[in-house]
Design a protein around this ligand. Structure first.
Ligand code: GLU
Length: 293
């Protein structure tokens, strides 16, 4: 049966470093899927991390993607211009009593779990949030708010899951066929939905924007596959449509380590500025573009 929804996918980089070969791969996979489906490939600039995002990295994203031969419709969605929209989504969760303000500092969190042996970690390796400030009486909450100490907003995972009831699942297309996969949002605990310094978080913004852009397939790396549980949960809580997901393999260097901005992997712009041609860069990528493992 033919899918009724138009195929729309996106590449959603964060401009806090130069794109590396892993980003090039992700963008090319998305653009190719859109071409094959006769659909659209969109670009979205995920610059909510205002402390780290830089205009020259945004410029670099455009230049690198153009060099790869990619194009996308204008105007490009830019997350830093959409804080009010994320605020409205947070308000909707607040109205359902599913989020709570949290004043915990990193130090408080570590102190709360330091004597607990084998404290559980989320799928990304971070210790689960130990629930500080979750069950405060309203009067205490109000007092803390008046005092003006910065706070973030966390999802009350237990309440959220109770509200959704049905087990979560999604459609994964990473293997080339559609597979329905189970999701475990509880494994993430009370995730942050609005940071102390920014009125949203990656999880909230990505869900709101995938819906706003009518994304039918999210294309991204396997490092974000587990977080899909949070995203699908938020889609249900906010009444948003659920896209399919294609999580592709990660590009690794010759020693098998996956590329990352944090580890300082240089952008592929270095390769092209050193005179490499498009075919040579593509040859460095895993199939279907190159043959690198
Ligand atoms: N902005 C995220 C990143 O650069 C990607 C988000 C996504 O594709 O869902 O890692």
């Amino acid at each position: 049966m033919k899918d009724e929804k138009p195929f729309i996918t996106r590449f959603a980089p964060s401009p806090n470093g130069w794109l590396h070969l892993g980003h090039a791969y992700s963008a090319l996979i998305g653009a190719r899927a859109a071409r094959e489906a006769g659909g659209q490939f969109l670009l979205r600039i995920e610059d909510i991390d205002v402390g780290r995002a830089r205009p020259h990295f945004v410029e670099g994203i455009y230049q690198d993607l153009e060099w790869l031969g990619l194009s996308w419709p204008e105007p490009v969605m830019v997350q830093s211009a959409r804080f009010e929209i994320y605020q409205a989504a947070l308000d909707a969760l607040r109205a359902q009593g599913l989020v709570y303000p949290c004043w915990a500092t990193r130090r408080e969190i570590l102190a709360a779990i330091q004597d607990k042996k084998d404290w559980p970690r989320d799928p990304d390796g971070a210790p689960l949030y130990p629930g500080l400030y979750r069950d405060l009486p309203d009067s205490r909450r109000k007092k803390l708010m008046w005092e003006g100490t910065p706070y973030c907003w966390r999802l009350n995972m237990e309440k959220a899951l109770a509200q959704v009831q049905d087990p979560l699942s999604y459609c994964e297309r990473g293997s080339g066929t559609a597979e329905i996969m189970p999701l475990d949002a509880a494994a993430y605990g009370d995730v942050v939905l609005a940071r102390k310094d920014v009125p949203t978080s990656y999880h909230l913004a990505v869900v709101v924007d995938d819906a706003a852009q009518h994304i039918s397939q999210v294309t991204r790396g396997r490092d974000l596959q587990s977080a899909t549980a949070i995203h699908v949960l938020l889609q249900k809580l906010l009444g948003l449509p659920q896209p399919d997901y294609l999580h592709h393999g990660l590009v690794r260097d010759t020693s098998g380590r996956r590329l990352s901005k944090q580890a300082g992997d240089s952008g592929f712009r270095d390769l092209r500025q050193a005179g490499m041609g498009l075919d040579e860069v593509l040859a460095l990528l895993p199939p279907p573009f190159g043959s690198a493992e």
